[in-house]
Design a protein around this ligand. Structure first.
Ligand code: NDP
Ligand code: F7E
Length: 316
């Protein structure tokens, strides 16, 4: 990308899109295109076609999607598969028909089999059954990868896909029903501290393990790959280290300064037992994460405090 290239960041108000915009601006990119979902509903093919025909972006970061935590995925499977298939199909196809030079598709590590050997290398895709709580979302993401690969093969496009592990950072979703675990626990411990509550509920048994990557690291990786990687194989993005949900809850409890107890609710789903990505390919391409989970948690809690009204408002 040149500093003057026309770059469309789809989903620029979200956790990932906002981090990509910050990173691009920090590196001097001056010609960014951004539209909210109210201004441009990417599920609508006509709107997407019109936007691409008028604006002719040269590079596309596809970070717009219907995203949610374990319960949202489980409760709204039709919304997750439909919206994501529509958004990615419309954007990828319009990119092809309007001569986009390069597109980067954001997938997720839920594409891998529920019981994949750990750490999960890119090669384990489609070798086993998926986790049922997010199978429809995962199938949409697998379709996105295959669509990029197929367009490259048939039409000679340059579309790359990345599979990030669980992410966290500024502008995350803090809604207690639809969010991912990290923002949910941060808000729960914070509110319990303010209200002097005796305990905080953590879903599931606490034994599942997850890997957490700070959104600014993710943004650094995707801008790096957009500028340096042109391969056909999709690439995992992670830190290569995971922790249990129980350990995560204890860490967040400490960062927030909550003095009460943690209570596990095993009526809620645990989901995949473990989801650690193999980052060998990414390391071979010359990139590694800079932020530790402790650093990232402190930054995000400070951001949450400074923006707490806004954060909770976003969640509603
Ligand atoms: N969060 C995570 O832990 C992980 C996320 N990813 C992937 O990263 C990408 C971004 O996720 P994340 O930033 O967390 O999600 P967010 O929910 O924070 O942001 C999603 C963005 O998508 C936009 N969007 C949703 N629907 C539409 C639509 N119909 N038309 C236009 N825009 C739409 C929203 O726009 P608006 O704000 O204007 O409504 C929003 O800015 C996704 O592809 C996701 O799968 C991958 C791994 C982990
Ligand atoms: C990124 C990824 O995100 C999702 O998969 P997930 O990793 O299972 O997501 P999660 O963050 O919601 O939960 C992780 C673990 O944490 C436990 N947990 C405890 N307490 C809370 C809690 O309060 N909220 C939530 N959400 N989870 C909690 C929860 O029970 C589970 O064991 C999919 O959307 C998937 O499609 C995807 O790509």
């Amino acid at each position: 990308m040149e500093l003057t290239s026309k770059i469309y960041v789809a989903g620029h108000r979200g956790l990932v899109g906002s981090a990509i915009v910050r990173k691009l601006k920090e590196q001097g990119y001056k010609n960014l295109l951004c539209k909210t979902s109210q201004e441009l509903d990417l599920r609508d093919k006509n709107q997407v076609d019109q936007f691409f025909e008028q604006k002719k972006p040269e590079y596309v970061f596809l970070a717009a999607a219907r995203v949610g935590g374990i319960v949202a995925n489980n409760d709204y499977p039709a919304d997750f598969i439909r919206d994501n298939l529509q958004i990615q199909t419309n954007v990828i196809d319009a990119s092809y028909r309007n001569g986009v030079k390069k597109l980067l598709f954001l997938g997720s590590t839920c594409i891998y089999p529920k019981f994949a050997p750990q750490p999960m290398s890119e090669d384990v895709l489609l070798t086993g059954l998926l986790e049922p709580t997010n199978e429809p979302y995962a199938i949409a993401k697998i379709a996105g990868i295959k669509m990029c690969e197929s367009y490259n093969r048939q039409y000679g496009t340059n579309y790359i896909s990345v599979m990030p592990t669980n992410l966290y950072g500024f502008y995350d979703n803090f809604d207690l029903e639809t969010s991912h675990v990290l923002p949910a626990l941060m808000r729960k411990f914070h509110e319990a501290k303010l209200k002097n509550q005796p305990s905080v509920e953590v879903w599931g048994t606490g034994s599942p393990k997850r890997e957490f990557l700070y959104s600014d690291d993710l943004a650094d990786a995707v801008v790096y790959l957009m500028n340096t990687y042109n391969g056909t194989q999709f690439i995992n993005i992670g830190v290569g280290k995971d922790i249990s949900i129980k350990e995560l809850a204890e860490k967040i409890k400490d960062v927030v300064g909550f003095q009460g107890d943690i209570v596990f609710n095993s009526e809620k789903p645990d989901g995949t037992p473990r989801k650690l990505v193999d980052v060998t390919k990414l390391a071979g391409l010359g990139w590694q994460a800079a932020f530790s989970l402790d650093d990232g948690l402190s930054k995000v809690y400070k951001w949450f405090l400074d923006n707490v009204e806004e954060a909770v408002h976003i969640a509603k």
